[in-house]
Ligand binder design. Structure first.
Ligand SMILES: Cc1cc2nc3c(=O)[nH]c(=O)nc-3n(C[C@H](O)[C@H](O)[C@H](O)COP(=O)(O)O)c2cc1C
Length: 420
């Protein structure tokens, strides 16, 4: 059965009627490995199953829905023998239902960004996936097209309807991809946003020439062109994800404002009476660091000592706050927090160092402690609950200290509940 774009242009599924096994190549996979051959432990695989879907399948949700429709017509399926991770058998219904509902949601996304790249050149695919992940955090849908294999019509269809366009520069020798970009340029319009990046493959087509063409046609840049001078590492991917989030946030801004304005005023005021403290979450994973001002923090358990933090899905720090990740919760002091608050609310360009100019020490868990905070706690993310536009993270506290025993926590009083 032909199943194009999952995740290659020529992907096929093979169904064996006798054993009722369907071989799905990359679809339904996950980057997960343990001793077990099958999916008996749903809890163990859920997060990886979702992450793999978001990165590799979500961008082609329409193709996936078509493939699943064809799959249903084949006959009974006992096992999905995917190309990565455990074979799906025990939880087939749940896992295929997940694919169905995620793809329907993705295909229905009102705003879409078209991602155009060359999969077999440089780091194009990994970089575009990082940008795509950042975009998806904002609720904007993405669709990916490989410029070297796609038909001009396909490229133009997506480029004409997408609200944003991201292009990974192909090598100047790839004539098919260069021709693909020319077809794309013929249909773009000045209401769209564009983002460009280099693939780091040695001889990328010059980015400035293309950038100029977009600017001359009145199209705004969503983020500064990403120029990659050395082999990409974790910070490069973080930078790409942040650039993608910036693009998504601009596209969603008007819609989000409209939704906030439509809330009932009395209800908003009542909700605004929920008060909380003011904190800065700081973290470091490998050579990537992050920080966020937070007020939606609350103690949640006594044994072990635990707390929850609500983190918006489009926060840059989200990727550093996954289950198992370590961080520090810094408590701000009443009467002495304005500078830190201002610093950590400053909008930075993607990839910039959040801690430049701030006094820090390193915690045992490796995250920065803010020297001027009233207290700090070293924490670990234990679990997360998806709550519409936020993740609620349940975290345990390993250790902590107060720097001024008489100091009081800064408190946040609000007038309305439709912002922090
Ligand atoms: C007073 C205040 C409290 C905030 N509390 C939270 C919070 O609890 N959770 C959250 O996700 N964002 C919260 N924010 C928003 C983020 O701190 C801020 O937008 C973020 O640091 C910018 O990060 P970004 O680069 O990921 O957009 C708060 C903002 C303010 C002004």
């Amino acid at each position: 059965m032909s199943a194009p774009n999952l995740h290659w242009p020529d992907t096929i599924f093979s169904y064996d009627r006798k054993t009722e096994v369907i071989y799905t190549c990359d679809a339904f996979g996950m980057h997960f490995c343990d001793e077990r051959t099958f999916d008996e432990d749903l809890e163990a695989i859920e997060a990886d199953f979702r992450f793999y879907y978001d990165c590799l399948m979500g961008p082609n949700a329409r193709s996936l829905l078509t493939a699943m429709k064809r799959m249903n017509d084949l006959g009974k399926i006992k096992i999905i023998a995917n190309g990565h991770g455990p074979l799906l058998h025990h939880h087939l219904d749940i896992l295929t239902e997940c694919y169905q509902s995620w793809s329907q949601r993705q295909a229905k996304a009102e705003t879409t960004v078209g991602l155009f790249y060359v999969s077999e050149y440089g780091f194009g695919e990994k970089l575009i996936q990082a940008i795509g992940e950042g975009i998806q955090k904002t609720g904007v849908g993405i669709e990916m097209i490989d410029l070297s294999t796609a038909e001009a019509q396909e490229i133009q269809e997506l480029a004409g309807r997408a609200a944003g366009i991201v292009i990974g520069m192909p090598p100047s020798t790839n004539t098919a991809a260069i021709a693909g970009i020319s077809s794309l340029l013929a249909v773009v319009n000045n209401k769209q946003l564009v983002g460009l990046f280099e693939c780091y493959g040695g001889d990328d087509e010059p980015i400035d020439t293309l950038r100029r063409k977009f600017i001359d046609s009145g199209i705004k840049e969503a983020f500064p062109a990403i120029r990659i001078k050395e082999a990409p590492n974790a910070s490069t991917y973080q930078l790409c994800a942040e650039a993608g989030t910036d693009l998504g946030q601009v596209l969603m801004r008007d819609r989000n404002l409209k939704q906030l304005k439509s809330l009932d005023v009395n209800m908003e005021k009542a909700l605004g009476r929920i008060s909380s403290g003011l904190y800065i979450v700081t973290t470091k994973k490998g050579n990537v660091n992050g920080a966020m001002l937070a007020s939606w923090v609350s103690q949640a358990s006594l044994q072990p000592l635990g707390l929850t933090i609500a983190v918006a899905k489009d926060r840059a720090i989200d990727t550093l706050m996954q289950v198992g990740d370590l961080f520090v919760l810094n408590v701000l002091e009443e009467g002495n927090y304005q500078e830190l608050k201002k610093h950590f609310l400053k909008r930075l360009t993607p990839g910039a160092d959040r801690f430049a100019g701030v006094k820090t020490q390193t915690a045992k868990n490796g995250s920065p402690i803010l020297t001027d905070a009233l207290a700090y706690m070293e924490c670990e993310v234990q679990s997360s609950i998806e709550c519409s536009d936020h993740w609620i993270l349940y975290c345990t506290v390993q250790e902590g200290r107060v720097s001024k025993p008489e100091g009081l926590t800064a408190v946040r009083h609000r007038k309305v509940g439709n912002y922090y």
